[in-house]
Design a protein around this ligand. Structure first.
Ligand SMILES: NC(=O)c1ccc[n+]([C@@H]2O[C@H](COP(=O)([O-])OP(=O)(O)OC[C@H]3O[C@@H](n4cnc5c(N)ncnc54)[C@H](OP(=O)(O)O)[C@@H]3O)[C@@H](O)[C@H]2O)c1
Length: 376
């Protein structure tokens, strides 16, 4: 039985990874903040399991333990005995905000806490085989079309998230020779919901942020919205179950492994932006076009989407030959169709509409001002 230390288990990907790890018979130790009794992790993992179409019984859940830590003081709050029997680390947690006003919290969490966790695992987790760090394919930055599974030397990045995720990658690669623990940088593209159930946690990131803009148009009672985005840019979307499946397959794969690895975890087909979003505006009963704003609501949507526009308008071609070579048949190509994207968007919008029905205060202007957590 493997003992996997996971951070970010209250979040979208981390909760799903934890649920599937338990279902596959592993023990999971989740590090969580503001979660003294572990209720937040347990609730998120239970929801993710149901979102994937299964439920976790008492026995799998007994293999989950939650440890509250302060990620800014891991040496002081992560007891050495927690690491003693850990066989693998999956570092999933990340500060997701794009805002440059959040650059310090982003560096604190995404760079400093990540490096500290790696150092502690290298020194104290004697049975640990490898440190898996979830990064993002978008550390490639702008101005490159073909993106290989390699370190990015001087990427052109534009926000706190992208910058801090790139810094974290560089730091881990830098520290590996000294600390010795094998490290894998695992870079998903834009993660969407479960390919079959459409489940996601409801966080407005990536494609869902674009859907959030359409929802805003609906809430402003527009019948037709014009999105200031390129309709024909090609998106790389990958389903959360594909990401989790490949992540767990890596734990079983010993051949062709290297001490420092970089993998892209991507969808194996690109989808035009307009085709990906069409199910969202149809589900909302809206009509949509693409181009500069034509009325006040369009202008509001343009401001809302400002921080995501550079990502939505750019087509990257990510290569995943290394992950394919290491996983072999277990790689399992992931097609992308409007139907798959549609299930995901429908699930997301239903979740958001339920939330809005519970909290009728309009949170949209606040979201536009601060979060812009939006993209990949
Ligand atoms: N979603 C995507 O499309 C996508 C694409 C590529 C890569 N990724 C990567 O996948 C990972 C998970 O993303 P996600 O979509 O699951 O995000 P998410 O749902 O927002 O979850 C983020 C997780 O990180 C934790 N976290 C956030 N800020 C933190 C901080 N300052 N200190 C400690 N913990 C913090 C959250 O804990 P709390 O509950 O305590 O806030 C939560 O558990 C991230 O590393 C992200 O960069 C995501």
């Amino acid at each position: 039985m493997k003992t996997i230390l996971i951070t970010g288990a209250t979040g979208f990907l981390g909760s799903a990874l934890t649920a599937r790890s338990l279902a596959e018979g592993h023990r999971v130790k989740a590090l969580s903040r503001n979660d003294p009794a572990g209720h937040r992790v347990r609730a998120a993992v239970d929801t993710a399991a149901r979102g994937f179409g299964f439920s976790l019984g008492a026995e799998p859940l007994s293999r989950l333990s939650v440890f509250q830590v302060d990620f800014q003081d891991l040496p002081g709050t992560l007891a050495p005995e927690v690491l003693g029997d850990v066989t693998h680390v999956w570092n999933v947690a990340a500060e997701m905000s794009y805002s440059l006003k959040k650059i310090l919290p982003a560096v604190e969490q995404n760079v400093r806490a990540t490096s500290m966790l790696y150092a502690l695992a290298a020194r104290r987790a004697r049975r640990c085989e490898r440190f898996y760090h979830v990064s993002t394919a978008y550390t490639a930055g702008f101005g490159v079309e073909q993106v290989r599974e390699r370190p990015h030397v001087a990427p052109r990045v534009i926000n706190a998230y992208q910058l801090s995720k790139w810094m974290a990658e560089s730091n881990l690669l830098l520290h590996h020779p000294e600390l010795g623990l094998p490290v894998t940088l695992f870079r998903p593209s834009v993660i969407i919901g479960h390919h079959d159930t459409g489940w996601s946690s409801g966080a407005s990131f990536g494609l869902f942020f674009l859907a959030e803009a359409l929802l805003l148009g609906k809430r402003r009672h527009a019948e037709h919205v014009q999105l200031d985005l390129k309709a024909d840019s090609l998106l790389n979307l990958v389903c959360v179950d594909t990401v989790v499946r490949r992540a767990l397959a890596l734990l079983e794969t010993r051949a062709s492994r290297e001490d420092r690895e970089i993998f892209h975890c991507i969808g194996d087909e690109l989808i035009p932006l307009a085709g990906a979003l069409e199910p969202a505006w149809s589900a909302l009963g809206l009509r949509a076009g693409f181009g500069p704003p034509r009325h006040a609501v369009d202008a509001e949507l343009q401001r809302f989407l400002e921080k995501n526009k550079p990502f939505a308008d750019t087509t990257w071609h990510f290569h995943a030959d290394r992950l394919q070579a290491v996983l072999g048949e277990a790689y399992g190509p992931q097609p992308m169709t409007p139907q798959i994207a549609g299930r995901s968007l429908t699930h997301f919008l239903a979740h958001r509409l339920r939330e809005l029905a519970r909290a009728p205060v309009d949170p949209a202007p606040e979201a536009a001002r601060t979060a812009a957590p939006g993209a990949p």
